[in-house]
Design a binder for this molecule. Structure first.
Ligand SMILES: Cc1ncc(C[n+]2csc(CCOP(=O)(O)OP(=O)(O)O)c2C)c(N)n1
Ligand SMILES: [Mg+2]
Length: 561
């Protein structure tokens, strides 16, 4: 979790005398205050002076092979660590990073983007400098659109305040922010006395009291309460508070796909994933039949809730996020999500108990191997489920990897990472890098379709370089299986690679090629036992093999389109 910012009392005690720091040094100092120990990226001449400074600082630079990969890695790092950072050169680097940062914005992952730019003195007479697109500030304008806050550090007098404002926004909103460093500003020492003020937002006490009173009254009167926990519970570190609320009130809870595993899926009051048409019918019914659905930190997005197939009536919902609080049709301003959850928990609502739907058999039974059977997506996930521990982080890419991974019964919290809302292919391999850098004790297992793998697999090179023991499982169905299930056509085919041979080219790691359950079992055992480096398992999957979640979705959509 991120460390708290410098406080006024620390400043007064002289611990944070910043008047002698340059703009670059101050930025590094503040990144560290927020718990950032590593920065992902690729250098270039417009950001080189800051790279020199990073090199001399306690912060590690993790050089990547592509900027979009650096962005995905920083996003995953932020999800594990609390905040992440990526540092790139002007436009050719920055603009290549946009898609990853857009995803971090959409899914609330606080990544600090540091972009190089031409120096202020170089801009006189508007010369045609390399990497420039249109205006000098084109890159900054683009990032302004996809970040929660953006600044160009063009004025020494305001640079420190701007850095603080922008980093504070990232910490508060859990969204990416952008800091542009013109190259001749990096070493400038503003030298101005700087009174840093931390702006801790607080709830309006009246509003909070009224909201909790109304919520408790309703929950106590209702007959079928349920909590749906979303991704913000993880981003704001509220897992223990939600568990306290669940256990104190005995209200059963479901999770959304993006929030999968924010609370242990083995909790006795856990109902399952609520994901509309993709989800198990019993869970969908349990949530939609409720006369009081308490949505906590949940985004009402289509993929997250099953492509507009979720059916929740606002008149039956308490909807609490970091951005709004709504109880039925009443809106309450100025109530912070953590305060609402804690106060609600403290008020001990006690609705009547409900009978929970039966847990899926796969979460109760041990996996029985059918050694000769060709490996299928569902069986692969079921086998993988057996090997999950507190130290594994499962990362699912877009495609059937994501749908199938919804069938995992994740035992711990925060160990499931996926781009379940923005759904940009190519997230998983660079995200595995980000997870290992953020927490070397975690074992990253990435499940990725062959199509997505071909997009960003070169980041395996960085994983090999650092000797991280990532396990990457490539679901090889020779193309875009999800698209095939929804819109068949030759455009869904891709060039089949011999994925398991890549370790030879990358100069590290071990490759496995599997066709049957026994081969997969063997490869997974061997990969898990090998902590000396990366393992790449190529699993041949039938062209018409789909997870049950994807099958349910395709069936439901074909009835609607
Ligand atoms: C960057 C990006 N481009 C295109 C898409 C559209 N899309 C969604 S799923 C998919 C196919 C994924 O193929 P693969 O990674 O092989 O997984 P599979 O569906 O076969 O399991 C495509 C092209 C996307 N989500 N992201
Ligand atoms: Mg595929």
């Amino acid at each position: 979790m991120s460390r708290s910012p410098i406080t006024e009392s620390q400043l007064a005690a002289g611990k944070s005398d910043v008047t002698t720091l340059s703009i670059g040094q101050y930025l590094i100092r503040r990144l560290q205050d927020y718990g950032i120990r590593d920065v992902f990226g690729i250098p270039g001449d417009y950001i080189l002076s800051f790279y020199y400074m990073l090199d001399e600082s306690p912060i590690n630079v993790i050089g990547c092979t592509r900027e979009d990969c650096a962005g995905f890695a920083a996003d995953a790092y932020a999800r594990v660590n609390g905040m992440g950072a990526v540092c790139v050169t002007y436009c050719v680097g920055g603009l290549s990073l946009c898609n990853s940062i857009a995803g971090a914005y959409a899914e609330k992952s606080p990544v600090v983007v540091i972009g190089g730019a031409p120096g202020m003195r170089e801009r006189i007479n508007n010369p045609l400098l390399h990497h420039k697109v249109k205006e000098f500030n084109t890159q900054a304008q683009v990032f302004e659109k996809i970040c929660a806050a953006a600044t160009e550090l063009t004025e020494p007098a305001t640079a420190f305040r701007e850095i603080d404002r922008v980093l504070d926004t990232a910490a508060r909103t859990k969204r990416p922010v952008y800091i542009e460093l013109p190259r001749d500003m990096v070493s400038v020492v503003p030298g101005v006395p700087y009174p840093f003020r931390s702006t801790e937002p607080v709830s309006d006490p009246e509003s909070l009291r009224e909201a909790v009173a109304e919520a408790v009254r309703w929950i106590n009167e209702c007959k079928r309460a349920v909590i749906v926990a979303g991704v913000e519970i993880h981003r704001f570190g509220l897992q223990d508070d939600v568990v306290a609320l669940v256990e104190g009130s005995q209200i059963p809870f479901a999770a959304t796909m993006l929030g999968k595993s924010v609370l242990s899926e083995l909790h006795p009051l856990y109902v399952g994933l609520y994901e509309g048409a993709m989800g198990r019918e019993e869970v969908t019914r349990f949530v939609e039949e409720s006369d009081c659905v308490i949505l906590l930190g949940t985004f009402m997005t289509d993929i997250n809730l099953g492509i507009f197939t979720a059916n929740l009536n606002p008149a039956n919902c308490i909807y609490a996020t970091s951005e709004q609080l709504r109880i039925r049709h009443h809106h309450f301003d100025g109530v912070l999500l953590p305060d609402f959850i804690r106060a609600l928990s403290g008020a001990r609502p006690s609705p009547p108990p409900r009978t929970l739907p039966l847990k899926p058999k796969r979460c109760q039974q041990t996996f029985q191997l059918n050694p000769e059977a060709p490996i299928t997506i569902s069986r692969l996930v079921a086998r993988l489920n057996e090997s999950l521990s507190d130290d594994t982080a499962v990362i699912a890419d877009v495609g059937d990897s994501l749908f199938a991974a919804s069938e995992l019964c994740v035992r711990t919290r925060t160990t499931f990472i996926s781009p379940a809302y923005y759904t940009s292919m190519g997230f998983a391999v660079p995200a595995a890098l980000g997870v290992h850098v953020a927490n070397p004790k975690l074992r990253a297992i990435a499940i990725v379709g062959d199509g997505a793998f071909q997009m960003t697999c070169n980041e395996l090179s960085t994983i090999v370089r650092h000797g991280f023991p990532s396990i990457v499982i490539v679901l090889d169905n020779r193309g875009y299986g999800t698209e095939r299930a929804l819109h068949p056509g030759n455009f869904n085919d891709i060039n089949p690679w011999k994925y398991h041979k890549l370790p030879g080219i990358l100069n590290g790691g071990t490759g496995y090629e599997v066709q049957t359950e026994a081969e997969f079992d063997e490869a997974l055992r061997s990969a898990l036992a090998d902590t000396t480096g990366m393992s790449l398992i190529q699993a041949h999957i039938g062209l018409d093999d789909h997870s049950s979640a994807l099958r349910r979705l395709a069936d439901r959509l074909s009835k609607h389109v």
